[in-house]
Structure formats: C-alpha cells, structure tokens
Design a protein around this ligand. Structure first.
Ligand code: NAD
Length: 454
C-alpha cells in the first residue's frame, strides 16, 4: 500500500468528543457555551462495582460511604499566554479520592473531553489499584480539559507549568504525586517537576524530586517506567495463557489506542510470537492480515503523532475493527468503548483492559455470556503505578536501580496480585473484576479497622 492512502477519521464514540472544544477552555473574554452533560456515567459505573464488591465482603456501610465520594475535588482556572500573544483560560482538576493507605497517587490526563465525573472515576480506580497492588499509596487523578495536539511545544510547557502553580501545595511528594496518563508523557512530568521545585526555597528543592513520577530517566525517573504499564498488561496475559494452556505463539492481537500503553503491549507481545493484526487510534483503524511490525508502527506513531497514513495497513471502519478475527483484544485508549454491539462482534478469547474502564457493564455482560474472559483494568494496567512507586522509592533514597531489578520486581508484583485476585474469585465465585475490588477493599477495611476510624 502506498503512503498516499490515508485512513478516514472515525466519529468519536463519546458524544462529548464529537462536540469539539467546550466551555472550560476558552479565550478570555469569549463566551463559549459549556457542553450539556449527557455522557457516560463513568463514576456511577465504578460506584456500582464498589457496591457489588462491598456486599461480597460485607464492607461496613460507613467505609463504603467514605469511599463513595472523593475526599477532595480541586478545580482551578488559570490563564496562559499563547504563542499568538492572546491569553487563554484553562480548567484543571485534581481529584483526591482516598489516602488512608498513603499519599494520593495517579495520572495527569490532558484531553479535550475530560470531565469532573471522569476524574472522579479514575481517581477512585487508583485507590483500588494501589490497594490491590499492596502499594503505600491512595488514589488521585487530574488533568486539564484541552487537546494537547492543538498547541505548540512551548505552549504545552507553559500550560503544564501554570497548572502546577495553580495547584500549589495540593500536590507534593508526601501528599499527592501525579504521573503520566492520556495526553501526557515524561517531558510533561519534567516540566511539572521543574515548576513545582521552583515554588520551593533553595534548601528544600532537591528533596522534592518525587513530586511526580514517570519523569525522564536523566531527570530522576526510573528505568523501565516508560514501558511499565504495557509490561504489566503482558504479564497478566502471559499468566492467563499459562493457566488456560493457551499457547501465545502464532496468536493474533488487536489493540485500540496506540500510545504509551497500546504500543508497548504490541511490541512486548511480539516477543511471544503474537502478531498485531488490527490497530486503531483517534484517527481511525487499520488492519494487516500478515501482522504489523509493532516496532516500526511505534516508531511511525512517535514521528507522526498517530497511525494515520501508515503505509502497511488497510483502512477499516470502527465496526470492522471489532469484528476482526483475532485471539486477544487489548483496549488501550479511553473508557466506555465496549458496549453490547462491540462485545457481540468480538471474536477473541481474551480482553485485557490496558485502558481504564473500557468495558461498559452492559458490554461486559455480553462478553461473560459469550465466554470471553475479561482481565480487569485495576489489575492489568497496574504495572505503571507499581513502577512509579519504585521511582518514588529511588528518589527518596537517591538511588537508580538497574532495569533488571525493576523488571524482576514488577514481574513478582503482577504475579502476586494476579494470584490473590484468582484466590478471591474462587472463594467468592465472582468475576475477576469483583475479585480485584474485593481484595482492594479488604486491605482498605483492615487499615480503617486497625486505625479505628469509625
Ligand atoms: P496515550 O495518550 O499515550 O495514548 C492514547 C491512545 O488512545 C492514542 O493512540 C490515541 O490516539 C488513542 N485514542 C484517543 N481517543 C481515541 C478514540 N476515541 N478512539 C480510539 N483511540 C483513541 O495514553 P496512554 O498513557 O497510553 O493511556 C491509554 C489508557 O491506558 C488510558 O485509559 C489510561 O488511563 C490507561 N493507563 C495508562 C497508564 C500509563 O502509564 N500511561 C497507566 C495505567 C492506565
């Protein structure tokens, strides 16, 4: 296929995305109407899982009630001077769900459709993820409602820095520690760290390097963080395959979202002989029956910003993507992607949730009926926060661990959490998702009981 063949832009699934930029990001002085709120109730979905798992372990109602809302919802509006000299007002969020196990921890998302409800859901997922992984962290999440692809690099730097100034002491290495998520990366973390450190006095600056994780290795990041989330996804797929006598070699993979998580999953699974036969991102979907070269596609996306225009793929629609003949599906884009229609179309044996919340509960019910196994987000994508914890520990000790040490610790941590999830699911005869919530809630409950918070 020639380079000139372009994939078509698919309509975004989420109705808010298709409305374009909404009110909270605006030119000062203009009055852009805010979008009406008829979108997916992501926080409600997470609350539903909390309720179901709480019943399983008979969680006292006052603990469920504490977990039913975030502790803090920080919303800031801050002006940034853009390259054309105009000021633009941005809306930033930092949602701190729970910190009974340790400092709030969770990513920063820069996305035009981000909303308070999404950040609340994502922050709650972080509480359960950190509890499940036995990390000394609570859950938080935040970000800014804008499209980072539509600004220059220097604008992105200024937006990030102004956001960090606006957050002020609402973040800190012992209080709330952001990391990369959709639309952010190691460079954004370096800017965030720099801005935070510049708010501090000379003597305390250097000890605050752990204010964010996912930094470039040269700026105090850890080896292995960039691929950690994808690596964790691959550990879970490998464990599931071993237990189900499912030989990975020669199997076909489909991936939705080819950013940090999706691209690393495809590359790492290629080492097991798994071939990527279909891929999609915000610009559209491609298939290659022979299998894409995951390394080359990753390089292409790093250079071009998306899969659009990649020469070795045939354009397909979103509906065709979900109906592709494959064995494993890794959603690694956004929440709320798999509804009954997509779940009926999928031909795979396994859905491993690289993204947070990709399955709508109605879609998940169809997958269960069809015997398609779902490995849930709070376990599957926990490799990122686990290695972020290793980065935070290294920052506190002024150490830099070899890659092999990070990888070996991550492998042990994922294997341990997987087996605790499985034990719980057997004991309670429940889904893996409820088992993840159950294990997490048991740990949180134990701490509330020991500390006699009542
Ligand atoms: P990213 O920004 O690097 O990549 C996101 C990908 O999703 C891009 O390829 C983008 O084009 C695609 N995408 C966006 N909108 C889409 C749409 N409407 N349809 C199809 N594709 C779309 O983000 P990431 O860090 O890879 O995160 C992906 C998912 O993984 C998110 O749900 C995130 O919360 C979750 N996650 C990320 C990490 C991490 O360490 N980065 C850790 C845990 C969970």
């Amino acid at each position: 296929m020639s380079d000139s063949r372009r994939i078509s832009v698919v309509p975004a699934l989420n109705p808010v995305e298709s409305r374009g930029l909404g009110g909270p990001e605006q030119v000062i002085g203009s009055s852009v109407p805010a979008p009406s709120d008829n979108k997916h109730d992501f926080f409600g979905v997470v609350q539903g899982y909390l309720g179901a798992a709480a019943r399983l372990i008979q969680l006292p109602s006052h603990i469920q009630s504490i977990l039913s809302q975030p502790k803090n919802e920080v919303i800031v509006h801050f002006p940034v001077r853009m390259d054309d000299g105009q000021f633009r007002l941005f809306k930033g969020y930092r949602i701190q769900h729970n910190n009974v196990l340790g400092p709030y921890k969770g990513g920063l998302r820069f996305h035009h459709a981000a909303s308070l409800d999404d950040f609340k859901a994502l922050a709650a997922l972080m509480t359960y993820k950190c509890a499940l992984m036995n990390l000394p962290f609570g859950g938080g999440k935040g970000g800014i409602k804008f499209d980072p692809k539509l600004v220059s690099k220097s604008e992105l730097s200024r937006i990030t820095r102004r956001f960090v100034y606006a957050l002020g002491s609402n973040i800190g290495p012992d209080y709330d520690i952001p990391a990369p998520d959709v639309g952010t990366n190691a460079q954004v973390m370096a800017w965030a760290m720099d801005a935070y450190m510049n708010t501090l006095g000379t003597f305390s600056k250097q000890s605050q390097i752990g204010v964010v994780t996912g930094k470039p290795v040269t700026s105090g990041g850890t080896r292995g963080r960039e691929q950690a989330t994808g690596q964790g996804v691959v550990h879970c797929i490998r464990l599931w395959a071993e237990q189900n006598r499912f030989d990975l070699s020669g199997k076909k993979l489909m991936v939705q979202g080819f950013g940090n998580v999706g691209s690393n999953v495809a590359v790492l699974l290629s080492h097991f002989g798994v071939s990527l036969v279909a891929v999609g991102d915000h610009t559209g979907y491609l298939t290659n029956a022979e299998g894409f070269n995951a390394y080359r596609l990753k390089e292409y996306v790093e250079q071009h910003g998306s899969i659009s225009g990649y020469p070795n793929g045939q354009p397909i629609s979103r509906a065709e993507f979900f109906a592709i003949s494959a064995d494993i599906f890794v959603p690694a884009a956004l929440e709320n992607q798999i509804h009954p229609e997509e779940a009926e179309a999928l031909t795979v044996r396994l859905v491993a949730e690289g993204a947070n919340g990709p399955c709508h509960p109605a879609g998940e019910a169809v997958l269960a009926r069809r015997g398609i196994q779902v490995l849930p987000d709070i376990l599957v994508n926990a490799g990122g926060v686990t290695v972020s914890y290793y980065e935070w520990v290294q920052n506190r000790r002024s150490e830099q661990w070899p890659l092999a040490e990070v990888e070996s610790r991550l492998s042990d941590a994922m294997t341990d959490a997987y087996s605790r999830m499985q034990d719980f699911a057997r004991r309670h005869e429940c889904s893996f998702r409820l088992a993840c919530y159950g294990v997490a809630l048991e740990r949180i409950l134990a701490v509330y009981n020991e500390r006699e918070i009542s």
